[in-house]
Design a protein around this ligand. Structure first.
Ligand code: NCD
Ligand code: ZN
Length: 344
């Protein structure tokens, strides 16, 4: 049997929600990943250290017995964030970054920032206290085509931010375009990026060809094939600026199969398997470990994990649902399977 053993990975971009959904999805992540950067876009958003610590406790309660898992908390940056709040976050061992959502860009982003230039004093404070800024990089104007929103955000905001704050560590989250890859490659060493499994495996035909498939709808939206190829090349290049962040974003099935369906793909149930498939197709399985297990922890100044996980080559069918959540590729086959630490 063909197997692949790598250092236990970290998921550098993850939504686990709270309440019942958290209890369904968190075990899926914890059985694979040692740590995950937890997104703060709850309702209401996680904006204070106290809220993040309470949320961290709720997450830890959902970790199955016998598994070690460390949630790495982030705070939601708003126009009301204070410089003192940034200092307090920097002093907390459990807060690892701030997340910037342009207002209205994606799920639960109403509290996000409407005018990015107005928060420059906050970016200066993040730079000073050496806390990374995680960016959902899309403009939100109605008159900007949804397929152009990432590229325009880079041109309009990101080039200026990186020029003004050269020491600020930035992760451009969930890259979806060739232009974003080129931006990250040519930017300074403080600039890195995450790439999701769905953007490595699918192009926009997956959502729109042969009928609308809402479970492939996430933001930033899947792009055309040329962009997918650029993302695969970046992820499998061995360049440490690109690392694993699933953006697994569970929504109840009826809220995705809806008149106005929510954005987000649920991938945590088989995240590493999905990445292994993408890397194998690119004949680059030897590059999976760096992308999944080294470069993210290096960027966040965390020690690399020491445990290992083993994947085996075998076909299995993705279930139709996990509780009330429809996973990515439901009913279709996957070609790798993780050898469980514990059956869930
Ligand atoms: C995410 C969510 O549902 O929280 N949705 C998504 O489509 N990726 C938010 C986000 O990361 O944009
Ligand atoms: Zn996300």
């Amino acid at each position: 049997m063909k197997t692949l053993t790598i250092t236990r990975p970290d998921d550098c971009h993850l939504h686990v929600r709270n309440g019942e959904i958290l209890k369904t999805v968190l075990p899926h992540t914890a059985r694979q990943f040692a740590r995950a950067i937890i997104m703060p876009n709850l309702k209401p958003p996680v904006t204070t250290v106290a809220q993040a610590l309470a949320y961290r406790n709720e997450i830890l309660h959902a970790v199955p017995e016998g598994i070690s898992f460390e949630p790495l908390m982030t705070l939601y940056l708003t126009a009301a964030t204070t410089i003192n709040a940034i200092k307090l976050a920097a002093d907390s061992e459990h807060i690892h970054a701030f997340k910037l959502y342009p207002a209205g860009a994606t799920t639960n982003s109403d509290a996000g920032v409407a005018d990015i230039t107005k928060i420059y004093p906050l970016l200066a404070a993040l730079e000073k206290y050496n806390l990374p800024l995680l960016i959902h990089g899309e403009v939100t104007e109605d008159n900007c085509d949804i397929f152009d929103r990432e590229r325009v955000f880079i041109e309009r905001y990101l080039l200026e931010i990186t020029a003004n704050f050269p020491a600020l560590r930035i992760v451009l989250e969930h890259l979806t375009t060739k232009e974003a890859v080129e931006f990250v490659e040519s930017a300074g060493e403080k600039i890195a990026a995450t790439i999701t499994p769905q953007h490595l495996l699918f192009n926009r035909n997956a959502i729109l060809a042969g009928g609308i498939k809402p479970h492939y709808y996430c933001l930033p939206i899947l792009k055309r094939e040329t962009h997918r190829l650029a993302l695969v090349k970046a992820a499998t290049s061995g360049n440490p600026k690109f690392f694993l962040g699933t953006d697994s974003a569970p929504h109840l099935t009826y809220l995705k199969e809806n008149n106005c369906g929510c954005a987000g793909c649920y991938s945590a149930f088989a995240a590493l398997e999905l990445y292994a498939e993408a890397f194998e197709k690119a004949d680059a399985l030897d590059k999976l470990e760096g992308f999944s297990s080294f470069y993210g922890s290096d960027f966040y100044n965390l020690p690399r994990n020491t445990e290992t996980v083993t994947l085996e080559k075998c076909d299995w069918i993705v279930p139709a649902n996990y509780a009330e959540i429809t996973p990515l590729k439901a009913g279709e086959s996957l070609h790798w399977k993780i050898q469980n630490v514990i059956d869930i």
